[in-house]
Every structure is written in C-alpha cells, then in structure tokens.
Write a protein that binds this ligand. Sequence first.
Ligand SMILES: Nc1ncnc2c1ncn2[C@@H]1O[C@H](COP(=O)(O)OP(=O)(O)O)[C@@H](O)[C@H]1O
Ligand SMILES: [Mg+2]
Length: 108
Amino acid sequence: MNAFDAVSNLPPDRRRVRFGSTDTSIGLQITVRDFGSGIATADLPRLFDPFFTTKSTGMGLGLSIVRSIIEAHGGTIVAANRDPGAEFTVTLPRAPSPQRPATATDEA
Ligand SMILES: Nc1ncnc2c1ncn2[C@@H]1O[C@H](COP(=O)(O)OP(=O)(O)O)[C@@H](O)[C@H]1O
Ligand SMILES: [Mg+2]
C-alpha cells in the first residue's frame, strides 16, 4: 500500500511498483520497489516507529506492525532509497525441516 501511495501522484504510465522474490542462503527475500519520490533521508531512521507518518491521513502504524510480525518470525525488514523511489526488503528464514507430530497414519 505504501508503494502504491508513493506512486499515486505520478502520471498513470509512470506508476510502477515491482515485486521480487529470491531464495537466498539466508532465507526467502521479498522486495517491494516503487518508482516514487523516495524517502527523505531525515525520515529513514523513523520509518518503523509507531505513529510516524508523513501522510495527511496516515496512521503511521503500517510499517511498525509489519516489522513486529516479520521479527516474530525471525525475519528482518529494511528500507532503502533507490533512484528513483524506494525499496523494502523482507528476509524470512527458511522453516526448519518439519517435525510432524506422529499421526495414526504413521503407525499404519
Ligand atoms: N514506499 C515509500 N516511499 C516513500 N515513503 C514511504 C514509503 N513507505 C513508507 N514511507 C514513509 O513511511 C511512513 C510510515 O509508513 P507507515 O508506517 O506505513 O504509515 P502510513 O502509511 O500510515 O503513513 C510514511 O508516512 C512515509 O513517510
Ligand atoms: Mg502505510
């Protein structure tokens, strides 16, 4: 949603958002890149703070909640400026080999 917000003021043919996913040695990496105005350097350290927003109707809770959920799963999220726009990278560790509880079928 933030990426879509970031390109919403551009002419329709320049409203681009790119999603990527890669399987890396440290886990699954998901990127969301937009081609909007990017993030002011002064705002970068505060992006994930609860109630930090630069939008007139923003709540400033999105990134804070997203980061809590990702960190609860052992992952990370980082924001960076690109030229043009911004990119958020989520890294989630691969799940360990499943340790399934034994079921009736296993006994058969
Ligand atoms: N893709 C982006 N491009 C530019 N600024 C962004 C982007 N994503 C987030 N931000 C900045 O981070 C702030 C916090 O985002 P978020 O926590 O989702 O709250 P909200 O969307 O309600 O403002 C935004 O107000 C904006 O300043
Ligand atoms: Mg948001």
